[in-house]
Ligand binder design. Structure first.
Ligand code: PXG
Length: 459
């Protein structure tokens, strides 16, 4: 497998592989980093470097790399029945068992699941399902879905439209009709003149203002990530989600929690809505459901919607070849059982989550760090020019990318979203490994500070 040199891999990659969210030409010049294997929380690249993966792949490898139980489950299922569909009144045992297990580990309003192959497809399903629900309820004009700026809900037409990334809307004629956005609950950027709690209520009321502007009778649903992931680990004030719930309830609007990142233990509860204290009608999931070992996503459908779809809906004209893929479902079953056996949700809630929070609070002392916070095993810090005033660096300096470059070289994967540096390590991480990760992060912050001072970007 690894018979090629790094240069050979890079040449073939540049010649044929168009990577997601990538400037093709500049990557072809620079060459990809080729990851060849992984174990626990560590990656190895084609040059043999050892790298601590503080991003869990792409927010997904919750149980860490190299878990034999998942490998065995896939191999066993591939031998027994590698594929059969769920379209024409058929089902397979792993899909049935996974549906049953998901009903157990999700909040009690969820007794039904619709499977997809990814989070994006899950959110496409959400758009069609909530509009179908309101048709069946005799209110077809209720078709508008409200989302938020700087949200990420995927890359399909509906997913990217629900998302609030201006760069995505600028390509391909998005958003599709009937999707509108409100401002995000980002206290550090938008609310520092208020307490966090006050700001949380203000930010939630932006939803009510939008509902009233659109007309409550036209609004189908509100969708949000309990904690925005790709947007930079934006942790809303604790007052935000309960107020969002009250507003949705008041206007009869469906509440959708996109749990693609926050699901399966990431925040120290099974689902982010439990940590944030709200009760969604629908929940999108993907990533952590299989710890990324194979692709799988879906939508948990709460009883309010399920009852209408089942009892009065007739045929729902929607589905994917891989809805309920038996191998993906078998891996998900093994993954969820492992999360239960290793007590990973409790491990995050009671042990490594609080420990990481302490470490991140201490980072606030660093001269470059304007703010640092975490929830469970999602954490962010922001690099600022003047920490007392919270003055940002000019965007064109791309200091976050400078810092990310140091992380790459020093052997830790930390992402940059603008000047927010973010992590989401595997849930199996130990305290000793957090110490190791924090030492690397501090070292990279010091190197970035030295660069900023040397370049005259800060005093
Ligand atoms: N919802 C959320 C909240 C996500 O984070 C999706 C939906 C889409 O899932 P799929 O499986 O279709 O990719 C995601 C995906 C990043 C990054 O830059 C984040 C995601 C994907 C790619 C990059 O942080 N999240």
């Amino acid at each position: 497998m690894n018979a090629r040199t790094t240069a050979e891999w890079q040449a073939a990659d540049a010649a044929h592989f168009l990577h997601p969210f990538t400037d093709f030409q500049s990557l072809a010049k620079k060459g990809s980093r080729v990851i060849t294997k992984a174990h626990n929380i560590y990656l190895t690249d084609s040059d043999g470097h050892h790298i601590l993966d503080a991003m869990s792949g792409l927010w997904c490898v919750n149980v860490g790399y190299g878990q034999e139980a998942l490998v065995e489950a896939a191999a066993r299922q591939m031998r027994e029945l590698p594929f059969y569909n769920a379209f024409f009144q058929t089902a397979t045992p792993p899909a049935i068992e996974l549906a049953e297990l998901l009903a157990q580990v999700t909040p009690p309003q969820f007794q039904h699941v619709f499977f997809s192959g990814s989070g994006s497809e899950g959110n496409d399903t959400i758009v069609r399902m909530v509009r179908r629900y309101w048709d069946l309820m005799g209110q077809p004009q209720r078709s508008v879905i409200i989302s938020r700026h700087n949200a990420y809900h995927g890359s399909t037409m509906a997913g990217a439209s629900l998302g609030g990334m201006s760069g995505m809307h600028a390509q391909g004629g998005l958003p599709i009709p009937g999707i509108v956005h409100i401002q995000q609950p980002y206290w550090y950027e938008l609310g520092r003149s208020m307490s966090k709690d006050e700001f949380g209520l203000v930010a939630a009321r932006w939803l009510e203002e939008k509902i009233l502007a659109v007309g409550p009778e036209n609004v189908a649903a509100f969708i949000g990530e309990p904690i925005q992931g790709a947007g930079g680990v934006i942790i809303p004030p604790t007052t935000y989600w309960p107020e969002i719930q009250r507003i949705c309830d008041r206007h009869g609007i469906l509440l959708v929690s996109d749990e693609v990142i926050t699901g399966f233990g990431r925040t120290g509860q099974w689902f982010g809505c439990e940590t944030m204290g709200f009760k969604p009608d629908l929940m999108t999931f993907a990533k952590g459901v299989t710890s990324g070992y194979v692709p799988l996503g879906g939508v948990m459908v709460g009883e309010r919607v399920a009852k209408v779809l089942i009892e009065t809906g007739g045929e729902f004209n929607h589905g994917y070849t891989y809805s309920g893929h038996p191998v993906a479902c078998a891996v998900a079953l093994a993954n969820i059982q492992l999360i239960q056996d290793l007590k990973l949700v409790e491990h995050v809630r009671d042990d490594v989550g609080p420990y990481l929070a302490e470490q991140y609070a201490a980072l606030r002392e660093h001269p470059l760090v304007g703010d640092a916070e975490s929830c469970g095993l999602m954490a962010a810090l922001i690099l600022v020019k003047d920490k007392t005033l919270g003055t940002p660096f000019p965007a064109e300096l791309e200091l976050g990318m400078v810092c990310r470059g140091h992380c790459f070289r020093e052997g830790v994967i930390m992402r940059a979203v603008g000047d927010r540096m973010i992590i989401a390590p595997p849930l199996v991480i130990t305290r000793a490994q957090i110490d190791e990760m924090m030492a690397l992060i501090r070292r990279c912050l010091d190197l970035t500070l030295a660069d900023a001072v040397r370049q005259g970007w800060m005093a």
